[in-house]
Design a protein around this ligand. Structure first.
Ligand SMILES: Cc1cc2nc3c(=O)[nH]c(=O)nc-3n(C[C@H](O)[C@H](O)[C@H](O)COP(=O)(O)OP(=O)(O)OC[C@H]3O[C@@H](n4cnc5c(N)ncnc54)[C@H](O)[C@@H]3O)c2cc1C
Length: 435
């Protein structure tokens, strides 16, 4: 498999063998597209399982995604690559319950029924004008192709919302906790292109959780790629020309390499300057005897008096997340990186008691995920060019969510683009050799 034949043999058109470094969604997507083109590959994955940031653990019969996450079924790359029926997707009720002034308020469906979204004129989450603007925003971002969004000028999400005319009320009480939670960025300094892309995806489809957890998405791709094509516990330490060295000293040569790791690791392997640190998030999972919510909805914190940014009960959306008779509660914290974990946990539990009463005291903490490599920083100018080049040098390619929007869609799309570039270069080398 690992012939010592380097790039010269690629040039004379012999069957090529590709090493893909990383079995996250971008690496798996790249592998599937290479497989379709009958190009041989092996994935080297540094950890003990495939999936990267989209993995789920089973703890006491509960399914815990590694950090709260959702699949937006309107993602075009996911539609093209995934079998949604097999994932048995279940949807959230669109909109949110917003905790503001010690009460919960409904923001019904800003994506598809913008007129109904602030249920009454007395709803303190936004103004009548905000309702009209949400309808206008939905129209603006749903028109045209994704490229239309990608080619616009970018500013921060906060500047964009203000310029659009939204009130301070709705920015603070809906957009900041909602999109702060999506981008792991309460400052809303994330690019307006990422905001428009995400708003469009929420507007055009459902927000879903698969049966068996988000990890089922990666597992579906693994099945199609073939388990035998993935070498687990094989962390790459160094790349020189077309030879990789694993941390245990093993040398592997190939015809082409695709680096499908997180952005900072890709930069390290390529001896390039490190990108900005990735955004962080913490996720607490609790077991409860019953759900504290009346419907399968996302809860947002617009009261700035506790660390929780957003909360949901995944088992209300998809019952496979909890054993029979139990509910799984997920609470996400953005920022608060200076508090030590024990203190933060106390604040989280206090906040839950404040929201749901003494029953929250009986909830059992199942696990806390402290995710330090959550999302690439998509603040301007990060998305000046949304679809960044995937060719690095002769025979070396790169993919991952740092090459596009920081999302499942971006990861899958970048993997496809890297495979397409590799196939194009390979075909060009074959025809050059023949002529
Ligand atoms: C908590 C959380 C919530 C999220 N929520 C959402 C959401 O709701 N919707 C959405 O669209 N997106 C969400 N995302 C983002 C989405 O999960 C990512 O954009 C996407 O999974 C990135 O895939 P990737 O292949 O680019 O990178 P990764 O998934 O990070 O994969 C990289 C892989 O490379 C491996 N690797 C790294 N270094 C090496 C090495 N030296 N040698 C070998 N292997 C190596 C890693 O172990 C990993 O498996 C969320 C992310 C997190 C963390």
């Amino acid at each position: 498999m690992y012939e010592n034949d380097g790039p010269a043999n690629r040039r004379i058109g012999r069957p090529t063998h590709v090493l893909i470094i990383g079995a996250g969604l971008s690496g798996l997507s790249c592998a599937l597209h290479l497989k379709e083109a009958n190009i041989e590959f092996t994935i080297l994955e540094g950890s003990d399982a495939a999936g990267g940031r989209v993995r789920s653990d089973i703890v006491e019969g509960f399914v815990l995604d590694r950090g709260f996450q959702v699949l937006l079924d309107a993602y075009p790359e996911a539609q093209a690559l995934l079998d949604y029926d097999k994932l048995a997707l279940k949807s959230f009720i669109p909109g949110a319950q917003v905790r503001y002034d010690r009460q919960f308020h409904t923001v019904a469906d800003p994506w598809r029924r913008p007129g109904d979204c602030l249920k009454s004129l007395f709803n303190p989450i936004g103004t009548l004008n905000d309702k009209l603007l949400i309808a206008k925003l939905k129209d603006a971002v749903s028109k045209g192709s994704l490229k239309t969004i990608y080619e616009k000028d970018e500013k921060t999400t906060e500047a964009y919302l203000r310029q659009f005319g939204f009130s301070q009320k709705i920015i603070e009480r809906f957009f900041r906790p909602f999109f702060g939670g999506v981008f792991f960025d309460s400052s809303l300094s994330t690019s307006s292109k990422m905001f428009e892309f995400t708003f469009r995806m929420f507007a055009l489809g459902e927000t879903c959780l698969p049966s068996g957890g988000m990890g089922a998405i990666a597992q579906q791709l693994v099945q199609r790629v073939g388990k035998s094509k993935i070498q687990l516990n094989s962390r790459v330490k160094e790349i020189k020309d077309l030879t990789v060295t694993l941390t245990d000293g093993t040398l592997i040569q190939s015809d082409s390499i695709v680096i499908a790791t997180e952005g900072p690791e890709a930069a390290k392997l390529l001896n390039m300057p490190a990108p900005d640190a990735m955004r962080t998030v913490k996720c607490y999972y609790f077991s409860a005897d019953r759900s504290p919510l009346k419907s399968p909805v996302l809860v947002l914190n617009a009261d700035k008096d506790g660390p929780i940014n957003n909360l949901c009960v995944p088992s209300d959306i998809n019952p496979t997340y909890a054993p029979q008779g139990k509910s799984l509660i997920s609470a996400s914290v953005i920022g608060n990186d200076k508090l030590i974990c024990e203190d933060l946990q106390k604040h989280v539990v206090n906040q839950l008691e404040g929201w749901f009463g003494p029953e929250a005291k009986d909830w059992k903490l199942l696990k806390m995920y402290n995710i330090k490599s959550g999302l690439p920083d998509n603040s301007p100018p990060a998305l000046k060019q949304v679809e960044k080049p995937v060719r690095v040098r002769d025979g070396v390619y790169v993919c991952g969510d740092h090459r596009e929007t920081a999302s499942i869609n971006g990861a899958l799309a970048s993997g496809r683009r890297a495979a397409e570039a590799l196939i194009e270069d390979f075909e060009a080398s074959v025809s050059k050799a023949v002529s």
